[in-house]
Ligand binder design. Structure first.
Ligand SMILES: [Zn+2]
Length: 252
């Protein structure tokens, strides 16, 4: 069934459940596996409680919940110009090179040189949840896609930004200094750990990861590097707002 064509609840399975799990990635978060289990139910309840402000969340994705997810996208459109690679050679999201090739031959996602075809939708939907949780702050993306050419120009060896990561900056209020900026970034990381099931570092498999404060003092680095390959399928990546939102008619 296409997303929006049927009510989703505990024990539902299918591609529409995958779509739901991706869109609610920032509300507790679970695996985009298409299986509506207890984790997904908690995810839906978190969205209904925190975003829809329902006093008694049901965990059932009905018409009102589908519409509220669409509203979240509408409230926080993503400016893809701020996410495009700046190398001047690729189209903005790499050239699809180096699939299955690893730095040093070590087959971990950290060393995977593949230029994924866009930015992972889960990261951008999760960013929207952050924007909603902290609607009092103004956020911008300071870094999105950085392809292998861009890495070469800047002599970087990390492949994190081959579509699996974004760096988020909090716009400073006038007169605000570095100390306060660092404190606020720590605060935001704390919120993402609490509300979005993110982890600091990359120890656990299949969790959204944040760089620790010593690596990212004045920005928030958010990535999906610790996910297994089945959650990093090409189809999970997008290059524009239409590809991120995949707006579909809600007919339930
Ligand atoms: Zn590039």
């Amino acid at each position: 069934m296409a997303y929006g064509e049927r009510i989703l609840r505990r024990d539902t399975q299918g591609d529409d459940v995958v779509e739901l799990q991706l869109r609610l990635a920032g509300f507790r978060g679970t695996l985009p596996d298409g299986d509506f289990g207890p984790g997904t139910e908690l995810q839906v309840k978190a969205f209904q409680r925190d975003c829809m402000r329902l006093p008694a969340p049901t965990g059932i994705v009905d018409r009102a919940t589908f519409q509220a997810i669409d509203d979240l996208a509408r409230r926080f459109p993503i400016d893809f110009d701020t996410l495009r690679c700046r190398c001047g050679t690729c189209s903005g999201f790499g050239q699809g090179k180096f699939k299955g090739l690893y730095f040093g031959g070590v087959k971990t996602e950290q060393n995977h040189r593949y230029e994924y075809p866009g930015i992972h939708r889960m990261i951008l939907w999760a960013a929207r949840a952050l924007f909603a949780y902290r609607a009092d702050l103004r956020f911008v993306f300071s870094s999105g896609y950085r392809c292998s050419v861009d890495n070469q120009i800047h002599q970087r060896t990390t492949t994190n930004h081959h579509g699996k990561a974004v760096d988020i900056d909090i716009v400073l209020a006038p007169g605000m200094g570095k100390r306060e900026d660092m404190d606020r970034c720590n605060e935001v990381r704390g919120l993402l750990v609490e509300k979005s099931n993110a982890q600091i570092g990359w120890l656990g498999a299949n969790r959204k990861s944040l760089e620790p404060a010593d690596i990212a003092p004045t920005w928030v680095h958010y990535d999906v590097r610790s996910y297994e390959p089945q959650y990093l399928k090409d189809s999970f990546f997008c290059q524009d707002l239409a590809g991120l939102d995949r707006r579909l008619p809600i007919t339930v």
